[in-house]
Design a protein around this ligand. Structure first.
Ligand code: HEC
Length: 244
């Protein structure tokens, strides 16, 4: 059970052979896909879902080697043969529709002038692409609002968007960090930690963390990964997807 999270985050090889994917599916099924962790077929268990996400290889390697502190994601370096880790990575990529190459391939239903923005939105080569936090058309990660039905005014300047949902989390004995609350239950609080470019889902007992409104986090950091021309292309894609 403890193996589950790490394997998923391992090096993403876009050109994976089918037998490797089959082997990866088997390793995933036995080590990663238990419902407690990443869920069958990459859907979310208690840990973040992995299908439809764009992982940058460098982050994946780092995460897989060391695990994520204060989360239930262990490091797998000492636990799995590297070929099995590679196989699982190939499998995860296949769940994501073939990885970077597939996202940059035109999608049949997306008009030509929105294709470029779509590829940029889900750009797997960019750590912290829009799709790392937002969902459009059931693809991407829902840290923040899905961007499907936004008013046109919100689709203009991605550097200036208001972020009322971002709070400050202060875990006892640890530095504070900007967070988006994913779940508040009687026995646990789950938040996305926005202090790294790829948001990390962390779980606390209610007594272990204090959440206060407001944060110094701004959306500028996320948007500054792109040039003005690229943001304009993304805006065209989002407007198309919102029917505007
Ligand atoms: C690191 C996570 C992250 C990344 C990456 C990111 N965003 Fe956001 N985005 C947020 C958060 C958090 C909010 C604020 C949500 C809130 O407070 O309601 C937000 C809000 C928005 C909003 C306003 C939504 C609304 O309902 O008003 C838009 C539009 C948006 N983002 C577009 C983008 C685009 C386009 C990109 C890529 C250029 C991007 N975001 C990248 C986290 C992210």
């Amino acid at each position: 059970m403890r193996l589950c999270m790490w394997m998923l985050l391992l090096p993403v090889l876009a050109a994976a052979a089918d037998d490797k994917i089959a082997r990866g599916a088997e390793v995933y099924r036995t080590s990663c896909g238990v419902t407690y962790c990443h869920g069958p077929e990459g859907r979310a268990g208690r840990a973040p879902g992995l299908a439809g996400r764009s992982f940058a290889p460098g982050d994946i390697v780092r995460t897989a080697t060391t695990g994520i502190p204060n989360t239930s994601m262990p490091g797998f370096a000492a636990l799995l043969k590297s070929e099995d880790i590679q196989a699982v990575a190939a499998y995860i990529v296949s769940l994501n529709g073939g990885g970077p190459a597939a996202v940059s391939r035109p999608a049949a239903d997306v008009p030509a002038d929105a294709q470029k923005g779509r590829a940029l939105f889900f750009d797997a080569a960019r750590t912290g692409a829009c799709g790392a936090c937002h969902e459009v058309g059931a693809r991407g990660v829902l840290v923040s609002a899905g961007l499907q039905d936004l008013a046109a005014a919100r689709l203009q300047d991605f550097r200036q968007v208001p972020t009322p949902a971002v709070v400050t989390a202060r875990p006892s004995g640890e530095p504070a960090f900007p967070a988006v609350v994913a779940e508040k239950a009687a026995d646990r609080i789950r938040v996305y930690d926005l202090s790294s470019r790829l948001p990390v889902l962390r779980t606390f007992a209610p007594a272990e963390v204090v959440l206060t409104p407001g944060s110094s986090w701004t959306h500028t950091a996320a948007a500054s990964l792109y040039t003005d021309a690229e943001l304009e292309a993304i805006s065209r894609y989002l407007r198309w997807s919102a029917g505007r």
